[in-house]
Design a protein around this ligand. Structure first.
Ligand SMILES: Cc1cc2nc3c(=O)[nH]c(=O)nc-3n(C[C@H](O)[C@H](O)[C@H](O)COP(=O)(O)O)c2cc1C
Length: 174
């Protein structure tokens, strides 16, 4: 997984940037019938997600490409945290790292940029990281751990760019 390596890189060599990895696999599917309190009461797992999204300064999305798009679980999490009176993603910096076949997940990455327009996310443009997961040399081991040194270096550059952009977007204290 690229997120684990991103966490490591932040601890090792990017002061000021820390990854709070959110596991989105256990969320219920978006269903407005699960929302109570006039649109502000969410299931506990969704509340927890929304709190963490709200608290973040910026976002690193890591997704495989599923049928030319992001995974259903990522879209589900994006939708949950956008609902209610408060879109929790709004006005924050974001970066995407994708893995896939010949396009390295590039189509999913561009689809996520499109989704991010209405969420009011601000994606870094450079560098891009679309990993051709099945090309030689192997990028991931059998457990899905990122093992390719060059990809690790490129991931570090994405993180540095994300941090710099997040700092530029922060309101200045006059
Ligand atoms: C339903 C499904 C659709 C997929 N569609 C694509 C695709 O459109 N493009 C691509 O490069 N890989 C595609 N793949 C391969 C995934 O990118 C590959 O499984 C992924 O890199 C490995 O992550 P995972 O083990 O979390 O699925 C697809 C895989 C699945 C299961």
């Amino acid at each position: 997984m690229m997120i684990d390596v991103a966490e490591e890189l932040c601890e090792e060599c990017i002061p000021g940037l820390r990854i709070d990895h959110v596991d989105i696999s256990g969320l219920p599917m978006v269903n407005p019938d699960l929302v109570t309190d006039g649109g502000e009461g969410f299931p506990p797992a969704v509340e927890a997600l929304r709190d963490r999204v709200h608290a973040a300064d910026c976002f690193l999305f890591a997704s495989p490409e599923y049928n030319y798009s992001v995974t259903a679980s990522l879209k589900n999490a994006l939708d949950w945290a956008s609902m209610g009176e408060h879109n929790c993603w709004a006005d924050r910096a974001a970066a995407i790292v994708c893995a896939g076949g010949d396009f390295g997940g590039g189509r999913a990455s561009f689809h996520l940029r499109q989704i991010g327009v209405f969420l009011d996310l601000h994606f870094i443009n450079k560098p891009e990281l679309h990993v051709r997961a099945f090309a030689d040399p192997p990028k991931f081991d059998e457990e899905g751990n990122l093992i390719d040194v060059e990809t690790r270096e490129r991931l570090k550059k994405v993180l540095l760019s994300l941090q710099a952009f997040a700092l530029r977007l922060q309101p200045k204290d006059d």
